[in-house]
Design a protein around this ligand. Structure first.
Ligand SMILES: [Zn+2]
Ligand SMILES: [Zn+2]
Length: 385
């Protein structure tokens, strides 16, 4: 009637809204949005981890991956996992150099905030998982010592991953000596190692890196397993005995030696232990004649003897005491706590000899090992010349 113009203006008409009620409209809108989300959601999955993108970055070839996923890809190859084109991304894919795909971040945060939060949470758990329930990851390579620097060239994919994780966390990892084993079941590394802290890291364009580390403490591996190709371990810290115990050992050993010498005393006198009345700096360090004599010497005398040896060797310009070596390891320390580690870092003796220091729990014991090396070194020099 209204269309025909026959509806009288004053006619009593009530209008009712056509179509569905407001509630139903909302339901339809939600259904459309859900369908839209469902159809695009699959596009927001990383093709490496098959989970929703976490900090997505897009490659020059147009493919998108989680930053952590592309980092792991780059450990092994520089090709895109989808199209195999060369990736022109710097190997560590750091966020300051390779920006995130901001548009994508906004979309996934807007549409799937809950899933993104879950994914980020899972990643954090993964990072904090404490290496699958183990204490530290192990770098199986060389012998490192506490207080001393160790330089490492990292090129194996598994160690690239390990070092990156260490850099994201505590910056520490364990170093253990590689010990090839013929038995397939046996671990291929030494039982005792050194916890290292990363001081500096330099990346090369191809993903390799150069690490500068410093030894923190020694540990014994109590249990080990594997994670993503590298070894992880539970460790027990190796500490030295207390200073009081240290002094007791020193007193016991020197007294025992003196008593034994007195019992077997003949006309020939034992080695001169130095005049205790004169200050230590004024007397020359007593030189031990045999390994047995080391017991008679105070720890201070052992250090003086060893430092004197280093001084004499330096005047001869031996290759292991060249200025460039000293520049790396520092000047010869006169502190008995530091000396053995410094000495072992420089002196060219076999690794299994140096490894003897690792299980020791007293400064005096380590100083005696160093002095034994000196005695043997001088004896062999004597024979050679
Ligand atoms: Zn991923
Ligand atoms: Zn690609």
């Amino acid at each position: 009637m209204a269309e025909l113009g026959k509806l009288d203006y004053s006619a009593e008409v009530s209008y009712a809204p056509v179509g569905a009620p407001e509630e139903t409209v909302k339901q339809i809108d939600n259904a459309v949005l859900t369908r839209l989300k469902d159809s695009t959601r699959a596009e927001m999955d990383c093709q490496v981890c098959y989970a929703i993108f976490l900090d997505p970055i897009t490659t020059a070839c147009g493919h998108t991956f989680c930053r952590t996923c592309i980092q792991r890809v780059l450990d092994h190859s520089d090709l895109c996992p989808i199209c195999r084109r060369r990736l022109s991304i710097q190997p560590q894919a750091a966020s300051d150099r390779v920006p995130s795909n901001e548009r994508l971040v906004k979309i996934i945060n807007g549409l799937w905030a809950d899933q993104v939060a879950l994914r980020a949470h899972a990643y954090r758990i993964e990072q904090q998982a404490n290496y699958n329930g183990f204490d530290i990851p192990l770098f199986i390579c060389t012998l490192s010592f506490p207080h001393m620097p160790t330089f490492l060239h990292v090129f194996e994919p598994r160690y690239r991953l390990m070092i990156r994780r260490a850099m994201e966390g505590s910056r520490t990892f364990g170093m253990v000596l590689h010990t090839p084993s013929s038995n397939p079941g046996e671990p291929e590394f030494a039982e005792i190692g050194t916890l290292l802290r990363i001081i500096n890291i330099e990346y090369f364009a191809d993903g390799r890196s150069l690490l500068e580390t410093r030894g923190i403490s020694r540990f014994r591996v109590t249990r080990h397993g594997e994670q993503d190709g590298y070894v992880v371990a539970n460790i027990k810290r190796i500490d030295d005995i207390s200073l009081a115990e240290e002094e007791a050992v020193e007193a016991y050993e020197t007294a025992r030696y003196a008593a034994r010498n007195l019992a077997s005393r003949t006309d020939t006198a034992g080695p001169d232990p130095g005049d205790p009345e004169r200050p230590a700096s004024a007397r020359s360090p007593p030189a031990p004649i045999s390994l047995d004599d080391l017991d008679a010497m105070s720890t201070r005398d052992l250090v003086d003897f060893a430092v004197d040896f280093v001084t004499r060797m330096r005047t001869r310009s031996v290759s292991w005491l060249l200025p460039r070596i000293i520049a790396i390891y520092g000047e010869c320390p006169s502190d008995p706590v530091l000396f053995p580690w410094w000495f072992a870092s420089l002196l060219p003796v076999k690794e299994d000899e140096k490894y003897r220091l690792m299980s020791t729990t007293s400064v005096r014991r380590r100083m005696k090992i160093c002095c034994r090396w000196i005695i043997e070194w001088e004896a062999s020099r004597w024979l050679v010349s």
